[in-house]
Design a protein around this ligand. Structure first.
Ligand SMILES: Nc1nc2c(ncn2[C@@H]2O[C@H](COP(=O)(O)OP(=O)(O)OP(=O)(O)O)[C@@H](O)[C@H]2O)c(=O)[nH]1
Ligand SMILES: [Mg+2]
Length: 300
């Protein structure tokens, strides 16, 4: 049941690629909503995750990392990130403390501070750095631009998340909740399924990952016994990339399929029979329908 005197707000999570934005979103929500890998440019579109603190509903928006975008898909991803800042009541700027401060971080922090209504600086991955380093890092950062609120957290271990989330809740304004109290995300199930397989592909393809790899869930059939028969297609742009995704005697695609299927059984809480096909589709990154499915701008 929704409590009285509710508060609500949109909070965008922004940062360079690999800073730990998606890990942070998942930790805020308490469930895996957004896929996480050790590779840059994992998140491709805006992913909403919902969290409730007392009478306050916080709607977080995980975004693609900010980088110097060249290709259409890249430009569209970066545009999605910045436009979420415009709509947000508050922005969490996430920095990888282990990586330290360089020009890219500086530019980002200044820009977020200029564009955001409320900006919060979060130093993430503090589990990986020494305390002395953190102190000199915060000193450096305070010389670049002034943030009213600075938090040090470990998104993967959960340290410092509660304080951060309480602070964010205190910034939200009175108003009705945007989502029912038990809804954690706005991703359609098909997209969740596609993203799960994309995550596994990123994890199993190590160095050889084709940048443009994409997963689409083409069939989702609920069988009489309530299990789901699912057919997915992994698109790549070249034959050589297809060979990489398949692996020697199909070993790699088998690992991807098994691992994705296992996780989906968990997520959807039912038996899943997953079939994956790898197809070459030249130039799919210039297909407007793909952008529409992901909620990304095509003409950019
Ligand atoms: N040690 C440590 N690793 C972390 C922490 N947070 C995230 N990571 C790791 O950092 C890597 C990137 O995490 P993501 O959450 O995918 O980063 P992201 O900012 O969403 O990346 P993009 O979507 O590519 O922009 C993963 O390997 C995470 O496990 C943390 O607090 N400590
Ligand atoms: Mg991400």
């Amino acid at each position: 049941m929704t409590p009285d005197n509710t508060k609500c707000g949109l909070v965008s999570i922004i940062g360079l690629p690999n800073a730990g934005k998606s890990t942070l979103l998942n930790n805020f929500v308490g469930e895996k909503i957004s896929i996480v890998t050790h590779k840059v440019q994992t998140t491709r579109s805006r992913v909403r995750g919902v969290s409730i603190v007392g009478n306050t509903q916080i709607v977080y928006i995980d975004t693609p990392g900010i980088f110097k975008a060249k290709r259409r898909l890249e430009r569209s991803m970066v545009d999605a990130a910045w436009s979420s800042v415009k709509d947000a009541d508050a922005v969490v700027a996430v920095i990888d403390a282990y990586r330290g401060v360089d020009d890219k971080v500086k530019t980002l922090l200044v820009e977020v501070n200029e564009r955001a209504h409320e900006a919060i600086l979060v130093l993430n991955k503090v589990d990986k750095v020494k305390r002395e380093f953190l102190l000199s890092l915060t000193n450096d950062l305070s010389r670049i631009t002034k943030y009213e609120a600075v938090f040090m957290v470990s998104a993967s271990k959960g340290d410092g998340i509660e304080d951060l989330q309480n602070y964010i809740a205190s910034l939200m304004s009175p108003g009705p909740w945007l989502y029912p109290g038990d809804q954690l995300s706005d991703l359609p199930q098909r997209l969740v399924a596609s993203e799960t397989t994309r995550e596994k592909a990123y994890l199993f393809l190590h160095q050889e990952l084709p940048y443009s790899l994409s997963v689409f869930t083409e069939e989702w059939k609920v069988l009489r016994d309530k299990s789901v028969r699912m057919r997915q297609v992994i698109y790549v742009e070249r034959d050589t990339q297809k060979a990489i995704v398949l692996g020697k005697s199909g070993e790699t695609i088998k690992k991807i399929r098994m691992s994705s299927q296992k996780e989906m059984i968990d997520i959807f809480d039912t038996e899943v029979h997953l079939f994956i096909e790898v197809k070459v589709r030249k130039n799919w990154v210039n297909d407007p329908r793909v952008y529409e499915e992901w909620g990304l701008k095509f003409d950019i």
